[in-house]
Every structure is written in C-alpha cells, then in structure tokens.
Design a protein around this ligand. Sequence first.
Ligand SMILES: [Fe+2]
Length: 303
Amino acid sequence: MTRMIEVARDSVKEPMPKASFRVSHKLADHPLFQLDRLARLAASLPADRVEFNGPVAPNQDPNLTPSNGMTPEETVRRIEEAKSWMVLKNVESDPEYKALLDACLDQVAEQTGGLMGGARQRQAFIFVTSPGNVTPFHSDPELNFLLQVRGNKRMSLFDPADRAIVSAENSELYPGKHRNLPYEDGFEAKATHQHIEPGEGIFVPIFAPHWVQNGNEVSVSFSITWHTEESERLVKFSYVNAMLRKFGMPQGEVGASPVWDDLKVAAYNILRPVYDAVKHVVGGRHRALALFFGKKEVAAAAG
Ligand SMILES: [Fe+2]
C-alpha cells in the first residue's frame, strides 16, 4: 500500500513523547474526505457519535454552546456558510475509515520501530469546520496525530505539566465531565503555535491542552488516536484522582509514589467494571454518578 503518512527519522525516541512534532501525509485528495462522502458518513453515524455547534470562543462556556439548527448531513453539505464546528466520532465504525486508520497507524509503527502507533484502542475522528471557526480550549486523554486534509488551522498547544495553565483538579477526568477547560488570554504567551496545511500533521501529546483557530476556508482534519500501556495508566490515575478529590482527598502528581500509583491502577481495574455494571442496571451515567458520588454530582455531570 502507498505510504499515507511520513514520520521523519529520529523524531520519535519514546512510545509516549511529551512534545509535539510534525509529520507529512498524502490524504489531501483522498476520496474518503470529499464533502459528499463525509455528509453520507455523518448521516450514517449514531446521533451520539456526531457533535456540532455554531460559532464558539476559546473560553466557551459549555452550557451556552450555540446550536446551528441543522442536521449533521446538512451541516457538512453547507459547511462553507454554516459558521459551524463538527466532529464525527469513532469513524472506524465504517469499514473504509477503519482500513485507513489501521493503514496510517501500522505505517507509523513501521517507521518508528514499533514505538508509536500501537494496536491499543485505535480510534479515528474527523473535524469539519467552517471558515474562521474555533475549537475551544481542552485536552484529550489519548495519543493523537492531527492530519490536516483541507484548509488550514493553527493550534495553540501547551505543556500538560504546567499547573498554571490547567489546575490539577481541572486536569482530572470523571464520567460526564465536559472537555472544555477554563482559558485566559494571558496563557497565549506560553503556547507553542503549530500551523498545519493540507498534507501536514502534528503529534498532540496526551493531555496537552490546546485550542484551535481555523483559517479562512473550510477545514477538514483527520485525527487518529491510540494508547500505550503508560497512557492507559495515566487515564486510570486521572479517574481515580478525581474520585478521591470528590471524597475530600486531593492527590499529588503521578510518579510521586509508585506504590500508591500501582494501588490506584488496581483500584480502577476493580471499580470500573462495577461502575459500568451499575450504570447498566440503573439505566444511565447520571443515575450511576448519583449513586457513587451523591445527588449533587448529577447536576455537575449534566453540564
Ligand atoms: Fe483536541
């Protein structure tokens, strides 16, 4: 198969790099990213796998996110004038996109001597955005290559360890938490700015906070994500730390106590199936959260 993605020799020295780096790819003319194909994909995905909205700001209050009043398919077809942001989630549920995701990550693995692009939890997302639109400030709990297919965008990217940018509390995960993070204009002086054009891409480190400004054209980006053993542990710490904080026991950073860290991972491995089973039995996340954390959490999670 043609090489879809190129990772420069020596740009990867560890399975979970802490800093962003650039890659190139050959997806700009790929038929799977033509708007007509994307509109059909948007129409075929379950409603909870398509998220879209009208114009937002980097510091967007999630409770005030504007709707654009259109269906997912219309949003793609009219993206030029829709003033909208859209993400199609888990597009690997479509066999054609799954084949492309696997080809890209297999090629990354091949070019990095197996260090990156591993086979754990591979997922793919497609962002379709109107000219000038913004993706608010957030971070993602996975390793990610963001590949620019059409139009251009600028990502402001921050150090995930900088607690002046995202507090320990805001960096923690819990079921139902909205991904937007509090943002201040003053943060920008600490950002690394990555501009990407069609054929270019960047690696986004796990939990690295970022927000995105699109250029003056329609933008289409392909995001391919995966996990390593270490990244899965980080996500588990994050959930357990959030839970302990809710019980009045805020935790230190990962790595401060390896034995305690191992215990937290073990606790997560026991508690997660219990939580999932309770969620199934009580009929949803909000009721399960109410049982685990008390009634107050239902309102917080609903945001
Ligand atoms: Fe992101």
